[in-house]
Design a protein around this ligand. Sequence first.
Ligand code: ACO
Length: 332
Amino acid sequence: MSKFIDSAIIAAKSRYKRIVLAEGEELRIIEAAAIVSKEGIADIILLGDSTKILSKATDAKLDISRVKIINPAESTKLEDYANLLYQLRKDKGLSADQAQKLATNPLYFGCLMIKSKDADGMVAGSINATGDVLRPALQIIKGKKGIKTVSSCFIMALPDESLFDTGVMIFGDCAVLPDPTSEQLADIAIASADSAKTIAGIECPKVALLSFSTKGSAKHPLVDKVNNAVAILKDLKPSFEFDGELQLDAAIVPEVAKLKAPNSCVAGHANVLIFPDLQSGNIGYKLVQRFAGVEAIGPICQGLAAPINDLSRGCSVYDVVSVVAITALQAI
Ligand code: ACO
């Protein structure tokens, strides 16, 4: 377990945030629920058929006696939640019947629990695609007040904890926005700097907006998109250091930074990397994860009014416990 996750677990412990695990019948999720409840990291609510869940737990000798199990289809709250969903989405064309059916979907039910203040956060994605986990969150929970763009980041825990001051970097957005506009890139930079401070413990985020060009070395509309995002940030005057457009080597290697961007306040020392689109971000984090042995924690959603986080379908029990701890931290 990385030092970063250790400290997230310590910070989340005994705060008893109520975290919904929507894929409650999945064995990895039941195992994670047993660990989380035993360690006191959060109060867990598993969604699913209680007979199936309890029988899997018994077969695997897991103690889930402190875990709450709710079957959405049999819940006494279903009617209220379906009404709430109908009220929230009727203007978007959702009928009362459709709302009734959709509310039994655990991914929607979990979000409706949070919206109704019956839970504080949700984790899902072990058996559902990212888009299916995020859509109900975007429709029901929506962005925090004043936030236009919901995005995501990965916390990259490096094997050498002395690197980049804290041994932790933030990569954004590697999971949500397929092709962000310049405005959305600026929003991603702001949200990622905030996640760096509040979740990853990076006191001074240095944000690099990445490109295949450094300071005008290439001319292309894709480079302009990144430069426009930098211009938007300059107008907004956020409280963190940022620069772009920068190539990856100029962003993180001091010797290259001296040559390519000598006047940059960020180049050579960036600890928050903003990728220009989802193709580069998603491929980029997986390259670092697979080739460099870096632990990639996330994707952590940024900007939602309540914490809802996605899992990779290839996630381990440890990954689930880690993301639950971070979700509980976000909920505090
Ligand atoms: N920020 C804020 N609001 C948003 C965002 C966003 N990023 N995206 C969509 N919305 C809003 C929409 O405006 C809409 O609002 P409204 O219906 O209230 O008017 C609502 O959320 C729902 O939007 P939909 O159109 O139903 O959803 P959409 O089809 O846009 O899907 C989604 C959003 C699911 C996030 C989509 O962008 C997506 O699939 N992204 C890629 C996910 C993915 O596959 N990632 C890669 C794998 S992850 C990994 O490898 C770790």
